[in-house]
Write a protein that binds this ligand. Structure first.
Ligand code: FBP
Length: 263
């Protein structure tokens, strides 16, 4: 069996995965975590038992003793800042290398493609060179398949999300992270077009209440998704470690959201 398939199993220990995404300092700016030092916060979340942590290379190095041998690193290799003019935010740039992921001991690499963006062509090229290197070095490649661009009116429209997911599998993604489309029926269509490639639900902005967020996760799992890659709904929660644990209980232990939130 090729090594990258085996590696993907580490991230999906029972076929499902809970990944803590923490690339927001670059992608949104430190305002997302109120300009705090985040070392203790990240340590507690890792200790809660998440299957993986998604970081950019700099933080992956700085926090190595927090995640190394404790959880799986997903090294994200593209990003963009919100300091750019708004019209130029539909492009992710390279911020790391596949070899760096191997050196660090990462389990997988990840990259975003904004399907439908004016610079889609360039992002496909970047995705392809990451995938080529990842295949050569035997590490799985997760695609954040995010349809977005000035002419995409509703990026959560299931027809558009499903198109992005289909484009992700056809461009060789080993797993996909994408937006929740608002209902079981629509998300099922999104998962079905992935042809068995694992789909993870992206968390999105902090939900009004955490119980509804857990219910949303449950709905996605019922629709066939294989887990979540969540950032803000964990680290912006009043009790991030507890939030992560509740998500783990819904995803892995199949607890009802009402039960998971109590524990
Ligand atoms: P969230 O759960 O906070 O949405 O994190 C997932 C993620 O994909 C991050 O990896 C990324 O930084 C962020 O969302 C992108 O958010 P936006 O939708 O604002 O571009």
């Amino acid at each position: 069996m090729s090594s990258y398939i085996t590696k993907l199993d580490e991230l999906f220990p029972d076929g499902r995965s809970v990944i803590f995404a923490f690339d927001h300092g670059f992608e949104h700016g430190p305002e997302d975590f109120s300009y705090r030092m985040t070392r203790d916060l990240v340590k507690k979340i890792v200790e809660s038992g998440v299957d993986g942590i998604m970081l950019l290379p700099g933080l992956a190095r700085i926090y190595k003793e927090i995640w190394f041998r404790k959880t799986n690193l997903v090294l994200k290799l593209t990003s963009k800042t919100n300091l750019r003019p708004e019209s130029q935010r539909f492009l992710q740039s390279p911020v790391g290398y596949v070899e760096e992921a191997i050196d660090l001991g990462a389990t997988a690499v990840a990259a975003t493609v904004y399907w439908g963006a004016p610079e889609e062509d360039l992002m496909i090229e970047r995705w392809m060179s990451i995938r080529k290197e990842a295949n050569r070095l035997g590490i799985p490649c997760i695609q954040l398949a995010y349809p977005r661009g000035p002419h995409i009116e509703n990026r959560y429209d299931f027809k558009i999300v499903a198109y992005g997911v289909r484009a992700a599998i056809e461009s060789g993604a080993d797993a996909i992270k994408t937006y929740y489309t608002g209902s079981y029926e629509t998300f099922k269509k999104v998962v079905d077009v992935a042809e068995g490639v694992p789909v993870l639900m992206a968390g999105g902005p902090k939900a009004k209440d955490f119980l509804s967020f857990l219910r949303q996760i449950k709905e996605c799992l019922e629709a066939g998704c294989k887990g979540v890659a969540v950032g803000r709904n964990i680290f912006q929660n009043e009790n991030p470690a507890k939030a992560a644990k509740a998500i783990i209980r819904v995803v892995h232990d199949e607890l009802e959201p009402e039960e998971a939130i109590k524990v």
